[in-house]
Each structure stands twice: as C-alpha cells, then as structure tokens.
Design a protein around this ligand. Sequence first.
Ligand code: ACM
Ligand code: ZN
Length: 768
Amino acid sequence: MMRMKFLFRVFLVTVALAFAGQELPAQINVIPMPENYSPGSSAFELNDATIVAANPYAMAEAKFLADWLSQATGRSFSIVNMDSMPQSNVIVLSCTKRKIDLTPERLKVMPDSMARRVLQADKSAYRMNVSARGIFVNAEYDEGVFYAVQTLRQLLPAQAEEKKLTLPLSIKGALISDKARFEHRGLLLDCCRHFMSVDFIKNYIDALAYYKMNVLHWHLTEDQGWRIQIDRYPLLTEIGAWRIEKDGTRYGGFYTKEEIRDIVAYAQKRHVVIIPEIELPGHSSAAIAAYPELGCTHAKIEVENEWGVFKDIYCAGDDGTFDFLENVLAEVCELFPSPFIHIGGDEVPKYRWENCDRCQKRIKDEGLKNEAELQTYFIERIAKFLESKQKRIIGWDEILEGGIPADAMVQSWRGMEGGEHAAQESHAVVMSPTSHCYFDYGLAATDLREVYSFDPIPESLTPSQKQFIKGGECNMWTEHAPQELVDGKVFPRLLALAEVLWTYPDQRNYDAFYLRVEKHYPILKAMGITAGFPTVPMDLTVRPGEYSAMVVEINKNISNAVVSVKENDKGDFEPYVDPIAITEPTTLEWQVEMDGRSYPEVLKWSYDPHLGWNKNIKLAYIPSPYYTGGGEHAMNDGRLGTPNFRDGIWQAAQGVDMSAVIDLGNAQRVESLSSNWFHYGNAWIFLPLQVDYAISDDGENWQSVGIATSDVNEKTPGEFPVPFELKLPKPVSARFVRMIAKNHGVCPTWHDAPGEPSWLFCDEFVIH
Ligand code: ACM
Ligand code: ZN
C-alpha cells in the first residue's frame, strides 16, 4: 500500500513537469481520466483460459464483466469464487464491504458515527493492478468495483466494443487508483418534447455507465406531453401523452409501468440512479388538458404543440390539486428507488394565480405575502408529502425564491448564482448552468472545449460551503431534437462533462483529453451512437475588399474538415478554394465533412454589402449582453439574421425602443430602407409596433421619410423574421439615416407572461 502511494506521487510530479513544458502526459485511453495512473512493469495476457474471480460482494460486477467479455470475444468466461481461484491468468474483483443503501429511512436508524463514516466513504473509489499474473481490483463498495470494470473495458481496444476482439490479447501493465470528484454526475433526457424509445434510453444508460456517470434525470412530464403511466389517472396518458402537431398529425407516447421497472432495474445494475422529474406547478399543460379541474379556470385546454412557457398551471388554491399530485407521486415513488424526486419548479408564470379566487383565498388563509410565497407553499406541501415517502426533492433554482425545505437539493440552471446562493444557505446543489451544460444548444454556443472548461464549484464559496456542491448535469432538452438528433448533440460533449465531474482539475488538460476523444469516436460508433462534431467546424470572417466588395473568408476549426460552398441556392456545392468577394445581396451555404460525417446543422448565411455597411453607427439603447449580435457593428455588419434568434447575428433589447443612426460619410442617393425583426411570442419577442425612418444632412435636423409596419398578428404562433421595408416614392439624398423601432414595452394581456418586458430583435439596418 505504502509503495503504491509513493509511486503515484512520483507519477504526479512527472505529469506536472510535462504540463509545465507544454508536453502532454503519457496517458491511457480512459475517459474520464483516472486520478492516478502509472505504467506497470509487466503486461497481462487475456486469453481463452482467463478466469474471472470475485468475492461475494463483487459477484454482480463479476457477472457484468464476464458477460461483457463474452460478448466482446464470442466465447464464454467463467466466474469462480475468490476462495478457489487459480494462482494466475485471473481477473480478480474484490469488494470489502457490502453495498450500504443510503436511504434517508436507513440513515435515521443508523448510529451517528456509522452514518458519518458511510457518508464520507467514497463509494466510487477503486484500485486496479494489471500485471502478468492477473488483473486485481479492490474497492470498498461494489460501485467502485463497477467503475474499475469500466476502466478495464477502456484499456482494451475498440474492437472489444465492436464485439470483434480476438484472443490472446496483451494488456499493458498498469497501476490505477481512482475516485470521483463529485458524487452526482448526471444527464437530463427530456422525453416529453420528443419521445425516446426504451432501447434508446437503455443504450444511454450503458453509455453513462461506461463514462462513469451515475444519474439519469428523466424528464417525464411537460406542457407538450405526459409520459409516465399512472394507474389512478388513466387520462394522463390517454389524453396527456398525445399532441396534435401543427400539420394535423398526432405525436406522442408514454412509458408503461412495466417498461419503467425494466429501465430502472437495467440502470441499477449499472449503478445509474434514475431521478424522475414530475414538473409542478408549471409546465403542466398536458396534465391540465387531461384533467381540466387541475387548472385555475377549469377550462378545457389542449396538450401544447408550441414551445415555450404557458400560463395554465396547477391551481394552488384547490386541495384537489394536492390530492391529485400526491396520488401521482405515490405511484412515482413506488416505481423509482431514487432517494430524490425532481419536482421541477422552473418557469412558473403567476398570472392564473393572481386571477383565481381560490388561489387568492389560499394566500390570505395561509398568511402569505404574494404569489411567490404561494409557490413556496406549494413546493413545501409537496416536499412534506414526499418526506413521508422517505424522498427528498430536487428543484430548479426558481424554488429558492420564496425559501425552501432544508433538505431540498437545488439544480442551478439560470447561471451559477442560484446554486451559489443555495450552497451559502447549506442546501445541496447540482450545477447545470446554460453556459456550459445545455446540450440542446448548438456548438456555436457551447462546444467541447467550453464544456471541458466548466468548474461546478464557484470560487466565492468558503471551503465548507463548497461541500454542498454535489456535482453537475448536462441537460438534453428536445424542443428541436427528435430522437435521431440527440446523439449528435449529447456526444462527444458528454465525455467532457464526465471528465469534469469525475477527474480533479489538476489532472485535466484539454489537448490531452481531445486526443482521447478522437480515439473514442469508433467506440461510440460501436455502441450505436452517432457522435457529432467537437466544435463548429468553421468560422467566417467578413472584411472590406477592393471596389467596395465584401470579402467572405473561412477559417477551419477542425484540421481535417473538408468545406464546400453553394451560392444563392443555385447549382451544386463546389469545393471552397479562395475567399469569396460579393458586391450584392448573396446567400452562401456551406457543407462540411469530417471523417465521412457531414456537419448536421445548416450553415447558411446571407450578406448584404449595402450603403450603410461598416459605416459609423450610433445606437440610442444598450443591447442585451446576451444578444449583442457580435458587437458595435451588429446592426450594419452586412450579415442578415437566420431563422434562429440565437444565431449570434440578431441584436436585442428588452423593454425599450431600438433606435440607430448611420453616418454614410457623405451625401448618398437613398432609394429604400429596411430592417428585419423577429417574431416569437412564446419567447416574449414581438415585432415593433412601427419603425420610423428619417434622414438628415447634419445628424441633428431630421426629416421623416416614412413609417413601416407589419400586418403579422401579434398572436401568431411560431418563430420567424419579418422585414419592415420602406421603398421611397423617389430617391433622396442624405448623409445621415435613422430608424426608431417602437417596442410594445411589455407582453400584452392575452400573453402567457402579461406585463413582463417584451423583447425587440433586429439583425441589420439596411440602406440601399
Ligand atoms: C429549464 O431549462 N427551464 C430548467
Ligand atoms: Zn387557482
């Protein structure tokens, strides 16, 4: 034992020196990187006669290993008890302690000293020694043995996962001791916006286990679909699991109790805890569609077929709502052994509660200040019920707003602040900020390197507060991702999060990690997972060229990317050779291939080198830091917005008008003025009430040249850009040109968030 520790310390010094010299450490192809690894002196030969041995506490993991080896090689491996194992050619799994089930119920009856010891014990820790005589694994808990087996799987070549491993095989000697940095290492799958098959979910549980993740946060109820069978309320799945899409088709599905039990058992074998999420009090349209009496108005509503946040939520004034939720949760608790139940709590518009007599009576009767406290009342009442079932709650960071039960865990998503605040108040925290953990976002927002740079522990916390950060999760929301697109978004980014949550920061280095990721592509493929790109494969720069041309040039972010381009939707894609000079409105569409894979996102941008392009511009508002559109020249950089308001081209302001003046430098002939605006009511984005265009010779005295409006009804569902164009009856001469776009100011009364500040989104102020 002493000797091993000594060796590891020597190894650490070597690694530190290597990093200092910018050399990458010698490493094994394991993700996440183990805490300590050093090469051993002799190799182990895996062959037809190799035997798996285990003590009784490690028998289940031995079975897992033998089954996997059998599948990898096509021959069967037998398991013997450690007492009767051979002297050599053996893989030995030894677990010193039985798994201890840490349910709150059990903790209560455990002596304090023992409970403390169990809580502190690192259940993930293991040691592994690969030598000529055998492979020896030792861990205190079966979880640790399981993780050793996963490391062993990764020490074998990719052919093992391809089930094409030929024996004998030499495995390099190694000494590994390892444990997780965080205890909660999760992935959220939103199976509501789009449904995922049972096989697909099982495959993800396999992948989670392979990368030593241990939580599947299963998002099961939403506005757009209720996906879990509840015996007492059959309409939840008969009605709530199905929505009518805008094209008239019926979309949906749900998991039967039998399927859920099967998935839970499958996950348990792989040390993955499934935490079900039953959203309340918001994101509940599907339940209310099935049982309208659950809402404040009792009006019949449809299962949503739009994305967004909706104002029909569970009525907090009616005890019947709580009876319903308690009956539902009782069935949920019976299905899921997880000590935690996720109760959502995010994005709760208070409009219905403000206008509901029963909710207002509840506020009065309970002596609550307002609707925020009514939400706390709601959450606490549910938490108390779950406590009676020996379950703790997890909720999104909004649940902090009116105070929460002491043992509630907070999942921070609107940045890290919610989690930071919760830890300061001694609540357990899971970090999943949009900045690093939202895998529904494109790679332009969050690429592999960005995920890898994540640190779940805010610097500002004291050492004792840091203990409350239990880990992190990546969130796969599926508004824009039916099942077939999920792989490309989750992978390879999940590998980065797995390493962030398992490996200690001083062992992490992105370049070294990326070398391993490249070797994991074939492994993922063998697992039936079509991993996506690690980053946006190319960027574009736009610069002024000769004869007032706009020059568009690409920059590859992945060295082996092959790029081709098509102009104005005409002809075929042609290989990109040189920068492209454009002098009139042009659309360029790009195609990128890497190792035979096509980049799945549409790379299509339009440019307009108009009169105002790149000239001096003054804005009379402060753009939102979240939607700058690329900075100072966003409104006259020649780039036109795409149908995605998050594309980085759109600039936005909330609650205020947007007004801009462009100085053309000298008097120019102006024929038309236009600007594109975005419409997306569900995201609080509205078209301007009107856009005023004006001209001036001195930038002080203005002459209006006309007003542009749109006839798009503000209630129109969907998201799309709308041009506000003004063709002048006859050309005018002007040096300064101005637009003033009038904001609604707040979302209208019919909206799901009436009174909240409304957004304006503009891509470009175009002058011809
Ligand atoms: C969330 O993304 N609304 C938790
Ligand atoms: Zn109500």
